[in-house]
Design a protein around this ligand. Structure first.
Ligand SMILES: O=C(O)CCC(=O)C(=O)O
Length: 348
């Protein structure tokens, strides 16, 4: 089965020494200049509690062309649908779930304080078998193009826009953006105006998968802009490349790239104090405030570690994947108004 994944992961073979660390740390100068850029963006972003204040403060910061372009992009309004539609849609989905099955007060507290919440097993064995087969087939057919819409990394097979492509023609993947408990978490963190930003499949192959500690937003913030959920499609074990997270780091107002020890930028591929590894049975869904410091780790087993990420953002922010060029016409016609609202999609 691994052979179906090689092209997507940019590999010819699976290495023999699965335990040898494989990553490419940045040189000192690049790390220092990235740190300075991220620190500047963090200071500007945190100088205001909304975009109007940030725009007004921008003239007091020295911003390079990349920073100016990035801010213009983030300050623009990227919401397609009228605001009321998302609210109506989450109400509609949650109305069909008993209120006790949404989020308890202690779950909300964990999400707020620790920065993540394990929602338990939300996918049954039958769905898992179908999902794995569907995703394996798609990875093989996209081959070396797989994941190009967001990012490609040697040793990790990825797919982007999974819920809007033909592989979701029968709705098998709808759960990834419409599970009522997941939506309750997103709403708790981002408020009513949110949308799916991308739905990415992520499978480190044996011997690969180590990532630099990061957050899913380019600089530090004080209020969440993004929420992620990881759906384990295989058991996550200590050895097969489970996601690592640093509990409570979402509250530090700092992006890992801006962190330093004795003024030297931190070694982001190394273990970080207090990090924990998210392990669990296949079918488990863990939601996290995506400003929480986290990363993939190296898969040291001879099997795949497959996962699907459901990434949400505030509705006005740019999506990670623009669904318009990717969406399959039939999938689009199949979506209900409620589902379209969660994807910020107009009618076909
Ligand atoms: O799948 C994982 O373990 C984490 C992936 C991740 O954080 C990323 O690709 O940004």
């Amino acid at each position: 089965m691994l052979h179906r994944y090689l092209a997507a992961a940019g590999l010819k073979d699976i290495p023999k020494d699965l335990g040898r660390l494989r990553y490419a740390p940045l040189d000192k100068q690049t790390s220092a200049s990235r740190k300075a850029w991220v620190d500047n963006m963090t200071a500007l972003w945190c100088s205001g509690s909304d975009d109007n204040q940030r725009k007004a403060n921008a003239s007091s910061f020295s911003l390079d062309v990349k920073a100016q372009r990035t801010l213009r992009y983030y300050f623009a309004d990227h919401q397609r649908l009228p605001p009321g539609q998302i609210e109506k849609s989450t109400r509609h989905i949650q109305a069909s779930a008993p209120s006790s099955s949404l989020l308890t007060e202690s779950e909300k507290r964990d999400l707020d304080e620790l920065g993540y919440l394990n929602l338990g097993i939300l996918l049954d064995d039958r769905s898992l078998d179908s999902l794995r087969e569907r995703l394996d087939t798609r990875v093989e057919s996209e081959g070396s193009n797989a994941g190009h819409e967001v990012s490609q990394t040697q040793g990790i097979a990825r797919l982007s826009g999974t819920v809007v492509k033909t592989l979701n023609s029968d709705g098998l993947l709808d759960v990834f953006f419409s599970h009522p408990r997941l939506l309750a978490c997103v709403q708790h963190l981002l408020g009513q105006q949110f949308k799916l930003s991308s739905s990415n499949f992520h499978a480190p192959l044996p011997g690969y998968g180590a990532q630099a500690m990061h957050a899913d937003w380019g600089w530090g913030v004080t209020q969440p802009e993004v929420v992620n959920a990881i759906w384990m499609l295989d058991d996550f074990t200590p050895d097969n490349g489970p996601t690592r997270v640093v509990p409570k780091s979402h509250r530090w107002g700092k992006h890992p790239v801006g962190s330093a020890f004795n003024e030297v930028p931190s070694a982001l591929f190394q273990p970080i104090e207090n990090e924990i590894h998210l392990t669990g049975k296949a079918g488990t869904c863990v939601v996290y405030n995506a400003h929480l410091w986290h990363s993939g780790t190296q898969n040291r087993t001879d099997s795949l570690r497959r996962a699907l990420h459901s990434f949400f953002t505030k509705a006005k922010r740019p999506p990670q994947t623009d669904v318009m060029p990717l969406i399959d016409k039939q999938v689009w016609s199949r979506f209900s108004a409620t589902q379209r609202a969660l994807l910020d999609l107009p009618p076909p």
